[in-house]
Design a binder for this molecule. Structure first.
Ligand SMILES: C[S@@+](CC[C@H](N)C(=O)[O-])C[C@H]1O[C@@H](n2cnc3c(N)ncnc32)[C@H](O)[C@@H]1O
Length: 213
């Protein structure tokens, strides 16, 4: 985006230093921030805030504070855009269903609302946001999804490998059995035509403070 919009300045945040230090466009900056501890920016700073694949990882108890902080640093008239995975899974095969159920149970145990993303348009009404839009897009894993589907399959297989220790401990399955399930997942998506839904929600902060009548 920084390359496509050279007249704008971009600030990225993450809890770990993921930003490339050697080379990056001059209109970008990065701050290492734990979003659950607040945003180190003044009020009304940003015209646009984009948050992608992060909210689905946040514990429910932190969400009100996170949204208050987002609203504080967003300029009046500015826009918030949230992209994330919904909890909807279409035509999962047995391996994928296994991961999905365990993942869901583990998230619940960690205080994360697995269904938050699908409920976002309703959830955002609690804040002063207006003009709330939502669109969902279905993407097939693997061959049926073309290049994007193949990349998503690789990405999700990597996510499941990353979660191996947590999910093995949580569900008392051996590491070997777990790795076999990841392999099964990679091949079964083409047989079952498995797909998932991505959600994009965007909304505007009013130019003037709404009166809470
Ligand atoms: C799935 S990745 C998405 C990365 C990036 N937003 C993107 O769309 O490519 C989730 C990111 O959230 C970051 N993250 C997790 N907890 C966080 C927190 N409390 N504060 C800030 N970032 C956090 C992780 O370090 C990770 O980089």
């Amino acid at each position: 985006m920084a390359v496509n919009y050279p007249l704008s300045n971009f600030t990225g945040i993450d809890i770990v230093p993921t930003f490339p230090v050697d080379t990056h466009p001059s209109n970008t900056a990065f701050e290492q921030v734990d979003i659950t501890e607040g945003l180190p920016f003044p009020d009304n700073k940003f015209d646009f805030i984009n948050i992608r694949f992060v909210l689905c990882l946040m514990q429910e108890k932190n969400l009100t504070f996170i949204f208050k902080e987002i609203m504080r640093v967003l300029k009046p008239g500015g826009w918030l855009e949230i992209l994330d995975f919904t909890s909807d899974l279409i035509n999962p095969g047995p391996a994928h269903r296994y991961f999905y159920n365990k993942y869901q149970a583990l998230w619940r145990q960690r205080g994360i609302n697995f269904y938050l993303i699908s409920a976002l348009p309703k959830y955002l009404r609690r804040y002063d946001l207006i003009d709330i839009h939502n669109e969902e897009k279905t993407t097939f894993f693997g061959k049926k999804g073309g290049v994007i589907g193949e990349l998503c399959l690789k990405d999700w297989a990597r996510v499941y490998i990353t979660l191996k220790n947590s999910l093995c401990e949580f569900s008392s399955i051996t590491s070997e059995a777990y790795c076999q399930l990841v392999e099964d997942f990679k091949t079964e998506v083409d047989d079952y035509h498995t797909a998932f839904k991505m959600s994009r929600t965007f909304a505007q902060k009013p130019r003037k403070k709404l009166l809470n009548l």
